[in-house]
Design a protein around this ligand. Structure first.
Ligand code: SIN
Length: 309
């Protein structure tokens, strides 16, 4: 491989500075944070820094304050947590679980599952999954969802996994030059190029009144632990404020590649009655659409967010 090797850290490949091999910086905790202790939850990490399976909890039982505090702590530590065998979980329990983090926030583009706040994502031969692009839910809103709680209702016998990428690692592994370049930049997020692609002009104009384009910093601070996170994603981030069209496109094309680095990711294989809860600011996710024409049905509740800084 014709690469110039100048340090023992991540090495640039050819002329693409973000495509590097070698050592990665992978921090599970925010700088200065202490390793949390758990009394109720059993934690089985799926990677050293993102994703853990949790045992010892039946999510259809009432969630007391001690359990709620441990769940919040586990999500902050692992960024996405998984539960299996939650057959008793009904929409009312699903809502109670999401309420551990805050009130539900409806997705304006997903149909409701019959319960307010619960979206149904049903994919089959007629409706193929289109969440197979790295994204953060609702980044096109002024206060993007803090998290999402997804449960599997019907899963294909093989395939249909979901992946998450740690956007703290995505930021940490940028070059110092890139970090300095993006530190004070903001980006526009807009649902029209993705969700709007199948709508009529009239429908777009209708939605536009309540969902205009919004701006967020390119590097946000996590609302709970202050950690720096790269906050641009492929479907919803449309341009970088203050740059020419070409500069903006080139910079975004480079930054969105970070979510694709395997060491920043975790992959989860769904079984019937699995649940995933993710920190939607600290991660992006990608629903693998490899099960066509088989059916996959999920129910999701997004947790209302706060403006990002
Ligand atoms: C989503 O993008 O929220 C859906 C994830 C999934 O269906 O796995």
């Amino acid at each position: 491989m014709a690469a110039t090797v100048t340090t023992d850290g991540p090495k640039p490949v050819l002329d693409k500075p973000l495509m590097r091999y070698g050592r990665r910086t992978l921090e599970r905790l925010a700088p200065g944070a202490e390793t949390p202790q758990y009394r109720i939850l059993g934690i089985s990490p799926l990677t050293p820094h993102i994703g853990a399976e949790i045992s010892g909890v039946d999510l259809s039982r009432p969630i007391g304050e001690e359990l709620a505090a441990e769940l919040r702590q586990a999500l902050l530590e692992w960024k996405v947590v998984f539960f299996r065998g939650q057959a008793g979980l009904q929409p009312c329990h699903h809502l109670d679980l999401a309420a551990v983090w805050g009130p539900p926030e409806a997705n304006p583009f997903f149909p409701e599952a019959g319960t307010a706040g619960v979206s149904r994502l049903a994919k089959d031969a007629m409706a193929i999954g289109n969440e197979n692009i790295w994204h953060s839910d609702h980044s096109f809103m002024a206060a993007p969802a803090l998290g999402s709680v997804l449960r599997s209702v019907e899963v294909p016998s093989a395939g249909g996994d979901t992946m998450w990428a740690d956007m703290g690692a995505a930021y940490d592994n940028l070059s110092e030059k890139m970090k300095a370049r993006i530190e004070n930049l903001a980006a526009v997020h807009d649902w029209v190029p993705s969700w709007g692609s199948t709508m009529t002009g009239e429908q777009i104009a209708d939605f536009r009144t309540s969902l205009p384009p919004v701006e967020h910093p390119v590097v946000v601070r996590h609302p709970r632990n202050g950690r720096r996170l790269l906050y641009v994603n492929e479907p919803f981030t449309t341009r970088i404020v203050g740059l020419s069209d070409t500069e903006s496109r080139e910079l975004l094309d480079e930054l969105v590649l970070q979510a694709r680095v395997p060491e920043f990711q975790v992959r989860f294989h769904w079984e019937q009655d699995s649940v995933a809860i993710w920190d939607n600011i600290a991660t992006q996710h990608y629903a693998i659409s490899d099960y066509f024409p088989r059916r996959r049905v999920m129910e999701r509740i997004a947790v209302a967010g706060v403006p990002l800084s």
